[in-house]
Write a protein that binds this ligand. Structure first.
Ligand SMILES: *Cc1c(COP(=O)(O)O)cnc(C)c1O
Ligand code: SF4
Length: 352
């Protein structure tokens, strides 16, 4: 029997066979606090899954979410301070986030916007959307519009098409970028109608797909990505470094190889944000740097994302990957190769 409904409660997860009833009984407070949603497609994969499997850890609620540490905050990356009108976050001069919708196909347990997304978070109404588009239209220095949310590919193709056309018609907007979990969470949604809604005549549309584990790149997901790539849309990925899911060099290697094989360039590996109740997912920065360093020797440059930290307080993202270069121009540089061997630069020349 093909499932048709998204599970939005503990009972729904139990009925789908994704969560054992005795585990569900202990999770009432988690369900009261944070939204639950798992698509039919992912329920098929979660049925009977071990609670600590990479998919279960990402999508099924856990009592660890009730532990909020002092440094965690509702707005971990400080979006609120940079929001001039509803639905817009304008932190960098040349680009804005446009959040037309707060709903996602799934609610990831580690989400950095977990206090903003969900059934309580509403979409922009027609006037609010018009005001957000006006904000972009009136500012010539906005070159890139990043559609995020929520998940922008949850909009109906008709509404999506209207927004894309409005942005495409603004001469200063060069790039419309979508951040989405749809290919991973609900690949059937990448339909012919959706692809035609993403057609532009002037700007470039890019899609950044959110994917954290090689098990998420199933045949269905890979086929959905192929449809986007065949439509001429360049694809990049973003992943979050998650303890117990992908904090392992072999897992990251498999993930990035599969992404590149699916014509997706790994873009960012995010260090876990300080979202409430997500401490069990966070690694140390030193662990992240060590993992990324190990990848350097294992996979090609195409498979290397930038390891980034979104600085709490709204200061933007900073690359925090390992440094291969030390020293300075006067004293001379030392550069480390992929095996960890250090070399002087420029090379020391032997005196005769
Ligand atoms: C992450 C982010 C962007 C995009 O940053 P890139 O480095 O261009 O991917 C833009 N605006 C805001 C507010 C962001 O948080
Ligand atoms: S899809 Fe993205 S925004 Fe939505 S819950 Fe998952 S991490 Fe958060």
């Amino acid at each position: 029997m093909k499932r048709t409904a998204t599970a939005r409660s503990l009972d729904g997860l139990v009925a789908a066979g994704a969560l054992a009833p005795e585990r569900a009984a202990a999770l009432g407070r988690v369900a009261d606090r944070y939204a639950i949603a798992v698509t039919p497609y992912l329920l098929d994969r979660l049925e009977g899954a071990e609670p600590d499997s990479p998919l279960a850890r990402q999508y099924l609620p856990s009592s660890a979410e009730l532990e909020v540490t002092p440094e965690e905050r509702a707005d971990p990356i400080g979006d609120a301070a940079w929001s001039p009108v509803k639905g817009i976050v304008h932190r960098y001069p040349d680009r804005v986030l446009l959040k037309a919708l707060h709903a996602c196909p799934v609610y990831c347990r580690f989400c950095f916007r977990r206090e903003m997304v969900g059934p309580g978070g509403d979409a922009l109404d027609a006037d609010e959307l018009a005001a957000a588009l006006d904000y972009i239209r009136q500012r010539n220095d906005i070159w890139e519009v990043i559609m995020t949310g929520g998940d922008p590919l949850m909009l109906s193709p008709r509404r999506l098409g209207e927004i894309v056309s409005a942005l495409d018609a603004m001469p200063h907007v060069g790039v419309i970028r979508f951040h989405t979990r749809v290919p991973v969470a609900d690949p059937e949604r990448i339909s012919a109608d959706l692809l035609s809604a993403l057609k532009v005549s002037d700007s470039a549309v890019w899609v950044a797909v959110h994917c954290n584990h090689p098990d998420e790149l199933t045949e269905e997901t890979t086929a959905a990505l192929a449809k986007l790539a065949d439509a001429g849309i360049p694809l990049v990925s973003q992943s979050v470094l998650l303890r117990g899911v992908n904090d392992d060099a072999a897992v990251l290697e498999a993930l990035f190889r599969r992404l590149v094989r699916a014509r997706v360039k790994p873009y960012y590996l995010h260090h876990g944000d300080l979202a409430p109740g997500t401490a069990h997912f966070r690694t140390g920065l030193d662990e992240g740097r060590e993992l990324v360093k190990r990848l350097r020797g294992r996979v090609s440059g195409l498979c290397q994302p930038a390891y980034v930290l979104d600085i709490p307080g709204g200061h933007g993202k900073a690359p925090v990957g390992p440094d291969c270069l030390s020293g300075d121009a006067d004293a001379g540089y030392v550069v480390e190769d992929y095996r960890g061997v250090r070399h002087a630069y420029p090379p020391v020349t032997e005196k005769l």
